[in-house]
Design a protein around this ligand. Structure first.
Ligand SMILES: [Zn+2]
Length: 295
């Protein structure tokens, strides 16, 4: 009798553990969950055909203030690898990780690989708009893949190398081409470009704060219009997904034009349809900056 009970327990354990230890699902792919678009893109490039990568934040969504459903949280807990940005853009992520089994669930906090910018009491989360950071994050994601699925180490290393090569080329282009622009002042819809500005020698003047939901005060708006006029600024950079209302009001008041600079938290449906990706949008951002800052 005792032997039978013990056998049953062992059988249950072996089924449970066996299922958990088997790192791939029925498609024979790693299940990878990512929050914002850039992390999805890096994870997909590195994971290639070995991984099934899901972006949790929906297309066109404002990543600030997004909350996943209970069903999505359950899927993350059952995944092999969870990759998030950190720095307050996914305040719910810590709760998810606390439910992880340390032996079986792997996760990546992308912000752990980069030097952070502090804004008041919080950190600026927009680390992915600096290409040197993007390279560090890509390498961190590669290490997590290897830790999760070591038998395919070489495959992940090769894919990561290819991605890093492209990121490096773009980084050098940013450095070279932004050095010679006429104006270094970028007025942006929300404070998404702090890391980009710091890396490439620009000065960001944001309309709204690091959280795109925060509305600027009337006094801040008046100061902005004054700054734009005094510094002979010609362009206000707006975003494709979020409301352009405030920026347009200021542009009209200061008599300047608007151009689209993409903070890349998520891609819009149109951008996905047009096969745009992190690299092509960053290239577009560079061309927009050059055009806007040389006016
Ligand atoms: Zn933002």
């Amino acid at each position: 009798m005792k032997k039978t009970v013990l056998f049953c327990i062992l059988l249950i354990l072996s089924i449970c553990c066996g299922k958990k230890n088997n790192i791939t699902n029925q498609n024979n792919k790693l299940q990878v969950y990512t929050t914002i678009y850039p992390l999805y893109f890096f994870s997909k490039e590195i994971g290639g055909e070995k991984a099934s990568v899901v972006q949790i934040m929906p297309t066109g969504a404002d990543p600030h203030g997004f909350e996943p459903s209970a069903k999505t949280v359950a899927k993350i807990i059952n995944s092999n690898l969870f990759i998030f940005n950190g720095l307050g853009i996914e305040p719910w992520a810590n709760g998810v990780i606390s439910n992880f089994n340390k032996e079986k669930n792997h996760f990546v906090n992308a912000s752990s690989f980069v030097e952070k910018i502090k804004k008041g009491n919080s950190f600026d989360p927009h680390i992915w708009l600096d290409l040197e950071n993007a390279i560090k994050i890509a390498k961190g994601i590669k290490e997590a893949y290897i830790k999760t699925d070591s038998k395919n180490k070489e495959y992940y290393e090769k894919n990561c190398e290819k991605l890093v090569e492209k990121l490096k080329t773009l980084d050098e282009k940013f450095k070279k081409q932004l050095k010679t622009v006429k104006s270094k002042n970028i007025v942006t819809a929300h404070a998404a470009f702090g890391y980009l500005a710091k890396r490439y020698g620009l000065n960001q003047i944001p309309i709204a704060g690091i959280d795109s939901h925060s509305e600027p005060s009337a006094a801040h708006m008046v100061k902005l219009v004054k700054f734009i006029k005094e510094n002979n600024i010609k362009v206000i950079f707006v975003e494709p997904a979020t409301s352009k209302k405030l920026a347009k009001v200021i542009a009209k008041e200061a008599n300047v034009e608007t151009m689209v600079l993409n903070p890349l938290g998520t891609l819009t449906a149109d951008e996905v349809k047009a096969n745009k990706n992190y690299l092509s949008v960053m290239e577009e951002n560079l061309q927009t900056l050059i055009k806007g800052l040389n006016k």
